[in-house]
Design a protein. Structure first.
Length: 184
């Protein structure tokens, strides 16, 4: 018996191809969710087009998994065709900063208390200022997307009302539509 048949354990049936030990199997759902989370952390919107380009899955597969993840409470739809993960974070702890008379700083987070030297305080401030700036940019981006979506909705409604108004005026004046002229 040849070596391949011995590996499969069954004569005449080829063995399954060996999977690389460093490449764990990731389900389609997990891959789509990972992509949505990575995009969210980068402050980029997760759309079906971006998911399709990133994962190489068809829109049908993406739509199916996204719909199920929304139903399962894993993702939420923030606007038409844009999704974000529902973050499950631990409850926030109380945070306080006290400036001491000697120039030191006392940072308290929950039950943890740290006395900081002024240089340490400045270093932490520099580290956190980048996060604060990034969060402000992400929030501004979300607000802009919300505003654009609302303006598009209003524009669509205005066009619809204008078309209705034009139709009423046309009927009152007895002016036929272009398609009525062609048939007439």
């Amino acid at each position: 018996m040849n070596q391949l048949a011995e590996q499969s354990g069954l004569d005449g049936i080829p063995p399954m191809p060996a999977r690389a030990p460093h490449a764990p199997l990731v389900s389609v759902r997990e891959r789509i969710l990972q992509t949505v989370v990575e995009l969210h952390l980068a402050g980029r919107p997760a759309t079906r087009q971006v998911l399709g380009e990133t994962t190489d899955f068809s829109y049908a597969v993406i739509d199916d998994h996204v719909k199920r993840m929304i139903g399962d409470g894993v993702l939420r739809r923030i606007s038409h065709g844009v999704f974000e993960p529902i973050e499950v974070l631990p409850a926030a702890r109380a945070v306080s900063v006290t400036k001491l008379p000697n120039g030191m700083c006392k940072l308290e987070v929950g039950d943890c208390c740290i006395d900081l030297h002024p240089a340490e305080e400045r270093a932490i401030g520099r580290f956190l200022s980048g996060s604060a700036t990034e969060m402000a940019g992400i929030q501004n981006g979300r607000e802009i997307l919300d505003t654009v979506a609302e303006l598009r909705r209003q524009l669509h409604e205005e066009r619809r009302l204008r078309e209705q108004q034009d139709e009423v005026i046309r009927k009152l004046q007895g002016i036929p539509r272009q398609d009525e002229l062609a048939l007439g």
